[in-house]
Ligand binder design. Structure first.
Ligand SMILES: O=P(O)(O)OC[C@H]1O[C@H](OP(=O)(O)OP(=O)(O)O)[C@H](O)[C@@H]1O
Ligand SMILES: O=c1cc[nH]c(=O)[nH]1
Ligand SMILES: [Mg+2]
Length: 210
């Protein structure tokens, strides 16, 4: 894997991901774990945000204290499953702007079909983090990022929970300027485009659909 693919290694993330993979984990459990993992992934993916200082008054004295500076953020969720990650991220960074792209995979062709898009108008001035728990063939992420580039987005990262090697390769080839962050890269894609060993269909597990 190249330098622009980061596997975020952390014992808490690894443990929670294992709980999510277990087929007997309930919808409620799956959803709350995804939210917790989103907090931990956000902590890592925002490591390079620039700081400036601001003069503040503590109860005891004045000080120059660190505060976030630089480009404003925008999180873009690939619906539906992206919203599970998004919720946890927004809890940590409540002032971030949020965009949504609706995509579903055609089960036969495995091509991504777009059904919705709404992003902030000033997206070209923002650092954009595109989120979706699953990167399988890569078709959904590639289509979403292509669309966001057409809307003017220039500075993007892609964050997922679980990736297939095939999806990482395809996304890196299609959008080499977009670094990829994931909690794990599994063994392979199966003949139906599912990540193996995987965790199943993230959207269905989050929302209890089938
Ligand atoms: O890399 P790909 O092969 O494109 O697969 C990954 C996509 O598949 C899932 O979405 P799905 O189509 O199941 O829609 P959903 O989130 O509404 O369930 C997942 O949330 C990704 O968006
Ligand atoms: O394994 C997979 C592949 C695509 N989408 C999912 O939710 N899971
Ligand atoms: Mg789904």
């Amino acid at each position: 894997m190249d330098d622009n693919v980061t596997v975020i290694n952390h014992p808490l993330i690894a443990h929670k991901l294992t709980l999510m993979r277990r087929k007997n984990s309930s919808t409620q459990k799956f959803r709350s774990l995804l939210r917790e993992v989103a907090h931990l992934l956000t902590y890592e993916i925002t490591r390079d945000l620039e700081l400036t200082t601001e003069t503040i008054e503590t109860p005891l004295q004045e000080m120059d204290a660190p505060t976030l500076a630089g480009k404003k953020l925008c999180f873009v969720s690939i619906l539906r499953a992206g919203n599970g990650l998004l919720e946890g991220m927004v809890e940590l960074m409540p002032s971030a702007r949020v965009g949504h792209i609706g995509m579903f995979r055609d089960p036969e062709s495995l091509q991504a079909v777009e059904y919705y898009c709404k992003v902030p108008q000033d997206i070209e001035e923002r650092r954009v983090i595109v989120v979706d728990p699953m990167l399988a063939t890569g078709n959904s992420a590639i289509a979403a990022i292509t669309h966001l580039k057409k809307q003017g987005a220039k500075n993007m990262k892609f964050l997922c929970l679980l990736a297939a090697p095939e999806g990482v390769k395809a996304l890196r080839e299609a959008h080499p300027d977009v670094p990829v962050f994931t909690a794990a890269i599994d063994e392979r894609l199966d003949e139906h485009g599912y990540i193996r060993p995987g965790l199943g269909d993230a959207g269905d597990r989050m929302y209890g659909t089938k």
